[in-house]
Design a protein around this ligand. Structure first.
Ligand code: CMP
Length: 140
């Protein structure tokens, strides 16, 4: 399996509880390397654009409000089959369904305040990385 990249967000519920380091440690222990990272306050326009695929979903407005309710940490992660490695360590979207030892089981408060986002495919990873990072900001 090749070394690939994925995109991660440590969400406002987690930054609010000072969990950036704890979550990053779990990502690193899952074999992922942080090759870019920045703490940002997303604008409404940025959040709406990032989640545009969900804009017809009933939870879209709440999701956007939540994602701009505090700072987030956007990261590019690199490792063997990075998309899968990240999704495995994050656990299911709904923490009630997430496996023991995953980020969401350990830290998430709800399906909305679920502490972390990870790309669902390599194609979307490339799109999401380019949404927040310039190539020169990623140092492998
Ligand atoms: P994320 O991986 O960031 O992608 C979309 C987000 O929508 C998801 O994580 C959840 O936090 C959020 N969300 C809120 N409500 C729902 C829902 N009912 N089903 C799926 N995702 C939801």
């Amino acid at each position: 399996m090749a070394v690939t990249r994925t995109f991660s967000i440590i969400k406002p519920d987690a930054t609010r509880r000072n969990l950036t380091g704890a979550i990053t440690k779990m990502l690193e222990e899952a074999g992922l390397r942080v090759v870019a990272s920045k703490r940002i306050q997303m604008t409404q326009e940025q959040a709406e654009g990032f989640y545009a695929v969900h804009k017809e979903r009933p939870f879209f407005n709440d999701l956007v409000s939540f994602m701009i309710s505090g700072p987030v940490v956007v990261q590019v992660l690199e490792g063997e089959d990075a998309v899968k490695a990240n999704r495995d360590v994050m656990g299911a979207t709904n923490p009630a369904d997430a496996a023991e030892g995953t980020i969401r089981k350990t830290f998430a408060e709800s399906i909305e305040a679920n502490s972390a986002h990870g790309s669902d495919s390599e194609e979307n990873a490339a799109i999401e990385i380019a949404y927040f990072f310039k190539p020169e900001e990623i140092v492998g």
